[in-house]
Design a protein around this ligand. Structure first.
Ligand code: C5P
Length: 332
């Protein structure tokens, strides 16, 4: 039976602005997304029976259709019924390194890996736009996870414009292991508390790369894009932004405490990623990241608090060779 191993990187949000409501019930967003090296490994294998099997070494990851990786197989089997009939079922094994329910798109990146893996396994030869279209059916973050790197994301988050890569920066990530924030809750709460401040839909720009939108008090993505083009860490750090902090920080004191500790740490900047609860600090080097980690760890002495240091990457989903896959397997 053939199999493929894939690397599925996490993402952070350097910028997340909620522009307004959409007819489909989602929110119109302007985001800047960044892939980081912290990644899961996803192994995908054809099995003889017409079933979908998901295995994962992390107890909080579901094995059924509530797992986006499972739904990715289901979607592919519906889109390509002949392949499903010809090649049989699929086994997906996820080695979890990305914290779960963390605002780092762990589930989305696993689903993106399944799409790429099945494209290989079933020899479909799908183009990047075809894969992106399938990814958008699974979730707002899945298209970015597929492509990776640094990108502006608009619409629900699925419309991507790539930006120059920022490979040299590091982040410290921190998350209370037993804390989870529901993305749906965060957006709904934002709508009920701040819905009256939404921009009119006719003002919502499709591109934030060239022109900042015309409410300068709230929108600074144009300057952020400039900072990214110039690889100016201080500027990027100052302009980190996330509207969802307005609802998550007041409701989750532990996240607020983390955010404040990072604010005083001397990092280039700090922000919550996505709907949280992960908070990250942007750093110029690995050494700075390690120093900041130790500083915040000793400021908040909590056994439940997990820390990770990771580097920015320009990669999305990557297929790895058998040798490399063996190395990663042995590393655990
Ligand atoms: O697309 P995804 O399934 O990742 O979104 C999770 C939830 O986040 C949605 O059910 C919705 O409540 C909220 N969301 C939103 N607007 C977006 C993206 C997500 O309201 N652009």
């Amino acid at each position: 039976m053939r199999s493929y191993s894939l690397i599925a990187p996490a993402k952070i949000n350097l910028y997340l602005e909620i522009l307004g409501d959409r007819a489909d019930g989602y929110h119109e967003l302007a985001m800047i997304l960044q892939s980081i090296e912290l990644a899961d490994q996803v192994n995908i294998r054809a099995i003889g029976t017409q079933t979908i099997q998901v295995h994962c070494d992390h107890p909080q990851v579901p094995r059924d259709e509530t797992n986006l990786a499972y739904r990715a197989v289901e979607l592919m089997s519906q889109e390509f019924p002949d392949c499903w009939a010809q090649f049989g079922g699929v086994e997906v094994t996820i080695q979890k390194n990305i914290p779960v329910a963390a605002g780092l798109a762990g589930g989305s990146t696993n689903a993106a890996a399944v799409l790429v893996g099945l494209d290989m396994l079933w020899q479909l030869g799908l183009t990047q736009p075809e894969l992106q279209e399938l990814a958008a059916k699974l979730g707002s973050d899945v298209p970015f996870c597929l492509a990776g790197g640094t990108a502006i994301a608009t619409g629900r988050g699925e419309e991507l414009d790539p930006l120059p890569s920022l490979d040299s920066f590091y982040v410290v990530l921190a998350k209370h292991q037993n804390l989870a924030v529901s993305t749906a809750w965060a957006y709904q709460t934002y709508r009920s508390e701040f819905g009256n401040s939404y921009r009119r839909s006719d003002l919502a720009s499709k591109s934030i790369a060239t022109e900042p939108l015309n409410t300068p008090t709230r929108v600074h993505s144009g300057s952020m894009v400039q900072g990214i083009i110039n690889k100016n860490g201080s500027k990027i750090g100052q302009l980190l932004y996330n509207d969802l902090e307005k609802v998550v920080l007041p409701n989750y004191p532990q996240v607020l405490q983390l955010r404040q500790a990072f604010e005083n740490s001397g990092a280039l900047g700090t922000m919550m990623s996505g709907s949280g609860p992960t908070v990250f600090a942007l750093c110029q080097s690995q050494e700075q990241a390690q120093e900041i980690l130790q500083q915040v760890q000793s400021a908040i002495r909590c056994p439940d608090l997990g820390f990770w240091v990771s580097k920015f990457t320009s990669h999305g989903i990557q297929i790895i060779s058998p040798q490399k896959s063996l190395f990663i397997g042995n590393r655990e």
